[in-house]
Write a protein that binds this ligand. Structure first.
Ligand code: FES
Ligand SMILES: [Fe+2]
Length: 336
């Protein structure tokens, strides 16, 4: 995991008012719950009193109540009542559930991931940067979403979506039909926290592929892919049609895809539902084609130096590995 980043972990609609849900993210047991004002709390799923899972508790009087000795917590994680000490006693400030900084935006729940379990060392929510999102995705696009669970490390799941070399092979019956195997470039653009690239595959007519520095027109093409660290991806198929994926790390061997299809061409409600149903079925088939091979990767997690022989067409994957390493070390990439 890259520490000190905003990760998408859920969709907001998954946690309703007065509801709690336990789940696993980053290999850790986590609880998310909403009070009746709609405020969301996301904690490591462990009561600071004696360490049992808070997700076995309940919401009582707008507080999360631990089932074991009834300690109560607000959405910031602060303990507000220790029943054994009586209502007249104020719980000490240091009795806090281990809360993640949390934000809700674009229909997603983001948490600020830091491996340091000491809540006191986690920065205040206000001092943190904006959550990552796509500048070129406006609100006029309508979305439909579904999830897909892969038995794969998140780095493999992400790299698969940065792989322009595989498309004519794995997807020869779907999105790869008619796509040539020769990979020009790909032309890439990098910012501090994102990679964009333009797939420019073509048929093999005996030509050598173009190097990235021989390509100038790529950014004028409407189809491009953007990955924003740590876990968001967009296929900008055209202005009126996009696919985004949030790759949510469950543990070292599982990644949950939150896939959304955006479009603004089909406006009639019934036709729109039909459009989303057909694209969902199509995307399930395409993801299944990927998953079948990605789940067989050895080793599961990728790293900068590993026993693979990457080629020029794998450039976005190489960039991803380098940037991930730099971000882990707290360095930034130069704009290019
Ligand atoms: S373990 Fe939660 S209140 Fe004691
Ligand atoms: Fe694919």
């Amino acid at each position: 995991m890259i520490p000190n980043q905003w990760y998408v972990i859920l969709e907001s609609r998954e946690i309703k008012k007065n509801q709690l849900k336990g789940f696993t993210r980053f290999g850790e047991k986590i609880i998310a719950w909403r009070d009746n004002n709609g405020t969301l709390g996301v904690f490591r799923d462990r009561c600071p009193h004696r360490g049992i899972q808070l997700s076995k508790g309940k919401i009582k009087d707008n507080r999360l109540q631990c089932p074991f000795h009834g300690f109560e917590y607000d959405t910031s994680g602060q303990c507000t009542l220790i029943p054994a000490n009586g209502k007249a006693s104020q719980p000490p400030a240091y009795i806090r559930a281990n809360a993640y900084p949390v934000r809700e935006a674009h229909g997603f729940v983001y948490v600020w991931y830091t491996p340091d379990p000491a809540a006191a060392k986690i920065p205040s929510n206000e001092s943190l940067p904006e959550v990552p999102w796509f500048d070129d995705l406006d609100d006029s696009l309508v979305a439909s979403s579904f999830t897909d669970l892969w038995k794969a490390h998140y780095s493999r799941a992400i790299e698969n979506q940065l792989d322009v070399v595989h498309v004519p092979f794995i997807h020869h019956t779907t999105i790869g039909r008619g796509i040539g195997p020769v990979v020009n470039g790909p032309y890439t653009k990098v910012s501090n926290n994102s990679i964009s690239f333009w797939p420019l595959n073509e048929e093999d007519r005996g030509q050598k592929p173009l190097r990235p520095d021989q390509i100038e027109e790529a950014p004028k093409k409407s189809t491009y892919i953007t990955f924003i660290f740590p876990n968001l991806w967009q296929n900008h198929i055209m202005d009126s049609m996009r696919i985004i994926v949030a790759f949510v790390p469950i543990d070292d061997n599982h990644t949950l895809f939150y896939l959304r299809t955006f479009q603004k061409m089909v406006k009639l409600p019934l036709l729109r539902d039909l459009y989303f149903l057909v694209t969902k079925l199509f995307n399930i088939i395409v993801l299944g084609q990927d998953r079948r091979v990605v789940e067989t990767h050895q080793p599961q997690a990728t790293s900068l130096k590993m026993d693979e022989h990457l080629i020029a067409g794998d450039h976005p994957i190489i960039l991803y590995r380098k940037m991930r390493e730099n971000l882990k070390d707290g360095k930034k990439m130069q704009d290019k």
